[in-house]
Design a protein around this ligand. Structure first.
Ligand SMILES: Nc1ncnc2c1ncn2[C@@H]1O[C@H](COP(=O)(O)OP(=O)(O)O)[C@@H](O)[C@H]1O
Ligand SMILES: [Mg+2]
Length: 290
């Protein structure tokens, strides 16, 4: 029996479908489980969006800094990062690393210091809204802001969910993949009930899928049963090139654009962009009446 919070989830109206256009969409990529493909998704969806000429900001909110190093950013390239921004000691503008591999990709990098924020924010009356404050004013400069969250549901993740328009949940096609989602979705619910009523669940992305395994297929079936069309159509296959790319500091579209992993993440970017289009967008613009 798979535990899930489907009832509370499906009872929410699909507010996301009524949103106008993609401008400044802030997506938190979160799952408190480690190793499910959050960072791989954040880096590679961000890069794919940038390739599609979407102005994209990638925020590394995991003290492990895997998104930072996975983009090839080294500590000598920045003097402030997510920690300083969260603590109000630097603006995002000041801390950004610009034009990372692509003209349209900026990255807010992190150092391991960020782990300290978890403790230092505890007594701060503004502890939940720090990131939202920091991001105010950045919205209209980007089409997408993607946040790579840490593998926990602490204050850092809370800040990111409060700042976000939506959450994208990578789900590894593995044993117990859905088990942890109850806790994650109740956190989402709590954020919706308190600091960010507009937060939506954008979707669930199946990662590390192996079509040869019954288990992978079973997880995919279960996920679609519980989340319906909130599960992205694109499935990320297990692909060694995706695992290799970070050690070269390159997103997959730079490391090996022909790989199935690159193709899959570009398809995810397209799916996100398609979902964000208002329904009228496919028809030519009507001439404005005098
Ligand atoms: N589709 C994939 N195919 C093969 N390896 C992957 C894939 N996605 C992620 N990995 C690898 O699995 C590990 C965990 O992925 P990661 O994105 O770091 O997860 P998280 O950020 O959730 O901890 C990393 O070593 C990564 O390179
Ligand atoms: Mg990670």
């Amino acid at each position: 029996m798979v535990h899930h919070a489907g009832a509370t989830y499906t009872s929410r109206p699909p507010a996301i479908l009524s949103r106008q256009g993609p401008v400044g969409r802030i997506l938190a990529i979160a799952n408190q489980k480690g190793g499910v493909g959050k960072t791989t998704t954040a880096v590679n969806v961000a890069a794919s969006l940038a390739v599609a000429e979407q102005r994209t900001l990638l925020i590394d909110a995991d003290p492990q800094g895997n998104a930072t190093s996975g983009c090839g950013i080294t500590p000598d390239q920045f003097t402030a990062g997510t920690y300083d921004v969260l603590l109000g000691e630097a603006t995002i503008d000041h801390a950004l690393v610009r034009h990372v591999h692509f003209r349209h990709l900026d990255v807010l990098p992190t150092t391991p210091d960020l782990a300290g924020a978890e403790v230092e924010l505890v007594d701060d009356p503004e502890r939940g809204t720090r990131m939202r404050e920091a991001l105010a004013g950045m919205r209209d400069r980007y089409d997408y802001i993607l946040i790579d969250c840490p593998p926990s549901l602490g204050l850092i993740t809370l800040n990111m969910l409060v700042a976000a328009d939506a959450i994208l949940i990578p789900l590894q096609c593995e044993y117990y993949a859905l088990e942890g989602l109850t806790q994650l979705l109740s956190t989402v619910q709590r954020v919706q009930d308190t600091l960010n009523p507009d937060l939506t669940v954008h979707g669930v992305l199946l990662t590390m899928y192996d079509a040869r395994l019954n288990l992978s297929r079973q997880v995919a079936t279960d996920a679609r049963e519980h989340f319906g069309d909130r599960v992205l159509q694109t499935v990320i296959p297990r692909n060694i090139r995706l695992a290799e790319a970070p050690s070269f500091g390159k997103p997959i579209v730079v490391y090996d654009v022909a790989s199935v992993g690159a193709q899959a993440y570009m398809a995810v970017a397209r799916e996100l962009m398609d979902r964000d289009q208002p329904p009228t967008d496919t028809t030519p613009e009507a001439p404005s009446s005098p």
